[in-house]
Design a protein around this ligand. Structure first.
Ligand SMILES: Cc1cc2nc3c(=O)[nH]c(=O)nc-3n(C[C@H](O)[C@H](O)[C@H](O)COP(=O)(O)OP(=O)(O)OC[C@H]3O[C@@H](n4cnc5c(N)ncnc54)[C@H](O)[C@@H]3O)c2cc1C
Length: 375
C-alpha cells in the first residue's frame, strides 16, 4: 500500500486526487491537505465582481467532493517539508504534526507578494478571492465619474482577468466613457506579448481595446501606490480614482530549505512534472517554475501528467508521460471581440488566434460544465 500526500486542493491538487482515485485500487491511501475547505473557481471571479453569478455558483466544498471519490481531506497547511524523511509538517484544525508519505504532490498555488508594491494593500482592489471580487464589484457600482485603472504589477502572471475586467468596465460605463465622465486605462509592466508568454496577440487585443475606448499603457512597472497615483519604477505617475490590479506572485519560501525552488520560490520540475532532485515527488500548477503566465488549464494538464507518472511509479513502471507548456485560453470581451488563443510557450511556431462572440459563449459553457461536474 502506498501513501500519497497531495498538498493543495485547487485545480492541480483536485485533478491529481481524482485521477489517482479512479485509477489505483483502494488499498492505497490518498490524502489532500489544504488550509481551506472551499474550492474557488477563479476564472469565475470577474463574473462575480460584475454581478453575473453568486459566490455559491463558483465555490464548492472540497471535503465533500474528495470524500465522494474516496480521498481523505485534511484541513491544514504545510509549514515545512522534510523530503529526506518523506514527511510534511502540517498545522491546522484537523491535525498539527507530521504526515509521512511514499509519494508527494505539491500543488499549493501561488502566493501574493503585495508587500513588494507599497500602498497595494491600502489602495488597490484585486480579484484573488470571492471577498476581494465582491469588494471590487461594490466599488465599481458606487463609481460614477473619474479615472479607472486596471492592470498587472510586475511579476503578476495573470493577464486574462485584467483584460476581461477592462472589457466588463467598458460595458458597464459605456455611456459615461462616451460622455467623457469616465476614463478607462489598462496598464502592463512590459509589453502585451510578454504578459502572454511571448504570444503576439497585440494587434487583435489592441484593436478590441480601442473599439471599447480603453487606453493601453505599456512599460509601466508599478512600484508604489499612493492614495491618488500609481508610480512606476522610473518615477512616472498616473492618476486614478478606482483601481483593480493583480499583485506580484511568488512561490513558497517554506520549500527553500529543500533546494527545490528558483529565486522566486517556485518549484523546479522536469517535463514529467517530477520535482528536480527529489524522488517520488511531483509539483503541478501555479507553484511550478515554468515561464509565462499561469492558467488553470495548465494546472489541470500538469496534474494529468503527474497523475499518469505517479500511477506508473506505483505500478513499478517508468514515469514516461511528458508535459508540453502551452497557452489555450479565451479572453471574454462579452461580444465579437472575444479572443481564443492557443500558443506554444516552448515552441512559438504553435500559434492560433480566433475571434468572435462564440468564444465568450464557449468559455461560459466550459465554466458551467466545471460547476456542474463538482455538484
Ligand atoms: C481572477 C482570476 C481569474 C482567472 N482566470 C483564468 C482563466 O480565465 N483561465 C485560466 O485558465 N486560468 C485563470 N486563472 C488562473 C487559475 O485560477 C490558476 O492558474 C489556478 O487556480 C492554478 O491552480 P493551482 O491548483 O495551481 O492553484 P490554486 O487553485 O490556487 O490552489 C492552491 C491550493 O493550495 C492550497 N494551499 C496553499 N498553500 C498551502 C500550503 N502551505 N499547504 C497546503 N495547501 C496549501 C490552497 O488553499 C488551494 O487549495 C484565473 C485566476 C484568477 C485569480
Amino acid at each position: 500500500m502506498a501513501k500519497i500526500l497531495i498538498l493543495g486542493g485547487g485545480f492541480g491538487g483536485l485533478i491529481v486526487a481524482e485521477r489517482l482515485a479512479s485509477s489505483i485500487d483502494s488499498t492505497h491511501d490518498i490524502t489532500v491537505v489544504a488550509p481551506s475547505r472551499k474550492f474557488t473557481f477563479y476564472p469565475g471571479l470577474v463574473h462575480l465582481a460584475f454581478g453575473q453569478c453568486s459566490a455559491d455558483d463558483i465555490t464548492f466544498d472540497l471535503a465533500t467532493k474528495l470524500k465522494g471519490v474516496g480521498v481523505r481531506y485534511i484541513e491544514g497547511e504545510m509549514i515545512e517539508l522534510d523530503s529526506s524523511g518523506k514527511k510534511a509538517m502540517i498545522a491546522g484544525d484537523d491535525i498539527s504534526g507530521e504526515i509521512h508519505y511514499d509519494f508527494l504532490v505539491v500543488a499549493i498555488g501561488r502566493r501574493l507578494a503585495t508587500g513588494r508594491v507599497p500602498g497595494f494593500f491600502e489602495y488597490s482592489n484585486h480579484l484573488l478571492g470571492t471577498g476581494a471580487a465582491l469588494k471590487f464589484g461594490k466599488a465599481a457600482s458606487n463609481f460614477d465619474r473619474g479615472k479607472i485603472i486596471v492592470g498587472l504589477c510586475p511579476g503578476a502572471r495573470l493577464p486574462v482577468p485584467v483584460c476581461e475586467t477592462a472589457f466588463a468596465l467598458a460595458k458597464r460605463f459605456e455611456k459615461q466613457i462616451a460622455g467623457g465622465e469616465v476614463h478607462l486605462s489598462v496598464v502592463f509592466p512590459e509589453s502585451l506579448q510578454s504578459a502572454f508568454g511571448g504570444a503576439s496577440l497585440h494587434k487583435e487585443l489592441e484593436s478590441a481595446f480601442a473599439r471599447h475606448h480603453i487606453n493601453v499603457l505599456y512599460d509601466f512597472p508599478i512600484s508604489e501606490i499612493t492614495p491618488e497615483h500609481l508610480i512606476s519604477s522610473q518615477k512616472n505617475k498616473i492618476e486614478y480614482d478606482l483601481l483593480m490590479l493583480v499583485p506580484p506572485f511568488r512561490g513558497n519560501a517554506q520549500l527553500r530549505r529543500e533546494g527545490i525552488v528558483d529565486a522566486e520560490d517556485f518549484v523546479l520540475v522536469d517535463d514529467r512534472m517530477k520535482i528536480s532532485g527529489l524522488e517520488s515527488s511531483y509539483a503541478v500548477g501555479d507553484i511550478v517554475a515554468f515561464s509565462g503566465p499561469k492558467f488553470a488549464h495548465m494546472a489541470v494538464r500538469q496534474a494529468e501528467v503527474a497523475a499518469a507518472n505517479l500511477i506508473s511509479e506505483i505500478n513499478s513502471s517508468q514515469p514516461e508521460t511528458t508535459y508540453y507548456h502551452e497557452i489555450a485560453t479565451v479572453i471574454d470581451a462579452g461580444g465579437p471581440d472575444s479572443i481564443y488563443l492557443h500558443y506554444g510557450i516552448w515552441d512559438d511556431s504553435m500559434y492560433r488566434l480566433k475571434k468572435g462572440t462564440l468564444w465568450g459563449w464557449a468559455k461560459e459553457a466550459h465554466d458551467r460544465w466545471w460547476k456542474l461536474r463538482n455538484r
